[in-house]
Ligand binder design. Structure first.
Ligand code: ADP
Length: 266
């Protein structure tokens, strides 16, 4: 708390009282601490693959290069860690771009039919799903459902949710992708896009934090599939840019349903 006191005098220099101004710095300090945490997290996330790359390059230079089998193994790790760096930087740039667009109020919104967007997203995730023998179903109600959205951003959000569903679901399971119109009692109509999986589910503890940047329930698992820990933070940002929100319903052992709820008109 910062305190400023000013004497209040009348026209003849007689003291009438004091004006005391209290500045509440809590919010400013909170923002500063969030920023510091973010910088520390980014540094850590970037350093991990860089350290691995340097370590394996040094091992190769120290002689491992002469053993073809070892050399190939290490080069593969270096390649993978390089891709990881690439993915983190890509996701950070996506986040920054979304924030920038939102700040400047420059989002291009258009009325779009939703079902072709769902089809395009499924197409993007098809190969990954087929590799795990996962079926993706799609439903859109009404079929010609429309909403005022930024198409590429909405696609990105659904791709992130569907990619996670495929990643964390067991082989041979089914993922349901649904879009529907919600007619509330109020005049404000909204649309709801659900991605429902039969994966392991997410505990309450994790649910609270899962949309934070770099938060992962299982670090090793996320890294293994090349995750950056930024996918859901991006989804949350995109929902906010549409004046909407993202919800999660999940229980351990009974799958997860992530829902994007967006106003029909923006
Ligand atoms: P990541 O790149 O690690 O997947 P995300 O931000 O997309 O980062 O997700 C954060 C974490 O949330 C993941 O590491 C994972 O632990 C958990 N998660 C996300 N989606 C699912 C899901 N459909 N089922 C189970 N866990 C999930």
């Amino acid at each position: 708390l910062r305190v400023h006191a000013h004497p209040l005098n009348d026209g003849e220099e007689r003291r009438m009282g004091s004006l005391i101004v209290l500045h509440n710095l809590t919010r400013i300090n909170q923002l500063e601490s969030i920023r510091q945490d973010f910088v520390a997290n980014v540094s850590h996330e970037l350093k991990t693959p860089i350290t691995a790359i340097r370590g394996y390059v040094e091992t190769l230079l120290d002689g491992a290069i002469d053993n073809r089998e070892d050399a190939e193994k290490f080069l593969n790790i270096i390649h993978r860690q390089g891709s990881r760096l690439d993915a983190i930087v890509d996701d950070l740039l996506t986040l920054a771009r979304i924030e920038d667009t939102a700040e400047k109020n420059e989002m291009e919104m258009q009325e779009e039919t939703i079902s072709p967007i769902l089809e395009a997203v499924i197409q993007t995730c098809r190969v990954a799903a087929e590799q795990k023998n996962i079926t993706i179903t799609m439903q859109c109600l009404p079929e010609q459902l429309t909403a005022t959205i930024n198409r590429s951003m909405l696609e990105q959000a659904i791709i992130n949710l569907l990619t996670n569903a495929v990643t964390y679901s067991p082989e041979g399971s089914t993922i349901h992708l649904r879009a529907e119109q919600q007619n509330k009692a109020t005049t404000n109509q909204s649309i709801r896009i659900d991605v429902q999986d039969q994966g392991p589910g997410i505990s309450h503890e994790h649910q609270k934090r899962i949309f934070e940047r770099f938060y992962r329930c299982d670090k090793a698992r996320s890294r293994e599939h090349g995750g950056t820990g930024l996918g859901l933070a991006i989804v949350k940002h995109i929902a906010a840019c549409h004046n909407g929100e993202v919800e999660l319903q999940s229980r351990m052992g009974s799958g997860s349903t992530f829902s994007l709820i967006l106003p029909k008109q923006n």
